[in-house]
Design a protein. Structure first.
Lengths: 213, 215
């Protein structure tokens, strides 16, 4: 069956768009970042497909070696724009980055469901949790790093490039593991959950550092 | 097989260093240890990706950008550590000798471009030039200071690290074999041994750097 991701995007984006128009003040930001996350996911899929075709690679090679670079770069651009133009408070910016990552993961999971079917509940639960948490963990890595390194100009540029590369490699390791079968795939799905858990435990340390800085 | 074993040993060493560095960050909440943890962790991630790819597929990645970007990022974080630790007077030193590192890195870049991707080589040249420039500049400045013990160990370790990297790249251009006869593995061991050297060198310099930044 043929399906068009643009149409799926319209269906998912419409209620968010309405809520953005309806809500007022700070409540609007999470909805907006969810929508931006979905949009970025749509654009990333176009660019990844194009890059894979140009480089003449297989689907697996593309997902392990090309897609992480494109997806993480695409996720970073709106965050950078937000940080540079609106100069939000550190905690607020971190929350918005997480909302963007969730938007991205949601749209990716919906596309995955349409391609691979929705029959196997256990597999979908692992996949949903794994991918969803992976994008969340990447978002948290970038957000945490940027907020820690954002206050000095030399750290700002090098730190941004650095955190982007860290997120790309993390994403690539996840993709590399989940494309395998058996234990590596299970470990791959568990890595983001463990990372997100560790980052939540580390949250007080990061906040202490941010207050000190 | 030897490449997997050697990379696994390097992975173990860098993991321990990353853990120690994170411990110092959790204890002291200083920017220096954030950068050191990022240096080790980004190198570790690149290495993990490389190692897993080797284990699963038996050969190295077709497009090496992910691991390479990760490694260059870690060098960038190390360069930021050097920048943070440098005295204000050290940053304004006027000498032509540090600039030779840029000439050296550019020359090597031209050589390596015959064998691998130009984009990756340009990135590595920029990062390595930055790292070596700061290390040589610091070495020149602190050799003139009396007493000159503290900073010199860090700069020497950085130069030893960079030399291992350049020797590895150069060997790869002309010779490859998966045995211990390959000099690539000797220099990789040299690089592995450099990682723990940074920890005491940075730890010793933390207090004076705090005083300079506060002043």
């Amino acid at each position: 069956m043929t399906y068009y991701i643009e149409n799926i995007y319209i269906c998912l984006a419409a209620p968010l768009l309405v809520s953005i128009m309806y809500l007022r003040g700070r409540k609007r930001a999470p909805m907006l970042f969810l929508l931006i996350g979905m949009t970025v996911c749509l654009l990333s899929s176009y660019i990844s497909t194009f890059a894979a075709a140009v480089l003449q690679t297989t689907l697996v090679t593309a997902s392990v070696e090309i897609t992480p670079i494109i997806e993480e770069s695409m996720k970073l651009f709106p965050i950078l724009f937000y940080l540079m133009v609106f100069e939000p408070k550190k905690e607020q910016a971190a929350e918005d980055v997480v909302a963007l990552a969730i938007g991205f993961a949601t749209f990716e999971n919906v596309c995955y469901l349409l391609t691979n079917g929705a029959a196997d509940t256990l597999h979908l639960m692992i996949r949903g949790l794994g991918t969803g948490t992976m994008h969340l963990a990447c978002g948290m890595i970038v957000a945490g790093g940027l907020l820690m390194l954002w206050d000095r100009i030399y750290l700002r540029f090098a730190g941004t490039a650095g955190m982007l590369c860290v997120a790309m490699t993390y994403h690539a390791i996840y993709n590399l593991l989940v494309t395998q079968t058996g234990a590596p795939a299970v470990i791959g799905c568990l890595i983001p959950i463990v990372t997100a858990g560790s980052l939540m435990i580390l949250n007080p340390q990061i906040h202490k550092y941010l207050k000190k800085a | 097989m030897i490449e997997i074993v050697e990379n696994a040993a390097q992975f173990a060493v860098v993991s321990i260093c990353c853990g120690i560095s994170f411990f110092f960050f959790a204890k002291r909440h200083s920017r220096l240890w954030v950068l050191m943890t990022l240096f080790y962790s980004s190198f570790l991630l690149g290495l993990l990706y490389w190692l897993l790819y080797l284990l699963f597929y038996g050969y190295t990645p077709q497009f090496r950008y992910i691991s390479e970007l990760s490694w260059y990022t870690s060098y960038l974080f190390l360069a930021m550590v050097l920048h943070l630790l440098a005295d204000p007077a050290e940053r304004s030193i006027r000498s032509w000798i540090p600039k030779l590192t840029i000439v050296f890195a550019s020359g090597m870049c031209v050589l390596y471009m015959h064998y691998s991707s130009w984009m990756s080589n340009i990135l590595s040249t920029v990062v390595m030039s930055l790292l070596m420039y700061q290390a040589v500049r610091g070495l020149i400045y602190h050799k003139k200071q009396k007493p000159h013990g503290r900073h010199i160990w860090l700069y020497r370790a950085v130069l030893l690290f960079c030399s291992a990297e350049y020797l590895m790249w150069t060997v790869t251009c002309f010779y490859w074999s998966d045995t211990m006869k390959n000099p690539y593995f000797w220099f990789d061991i040299q690089q592995t041994l450099c990682f723990p050297l940074f920890l005491p060198a940075v730890s010793v310099l933390e207090q004076p750097a705090k005083a300079v930044n506060a002043a």
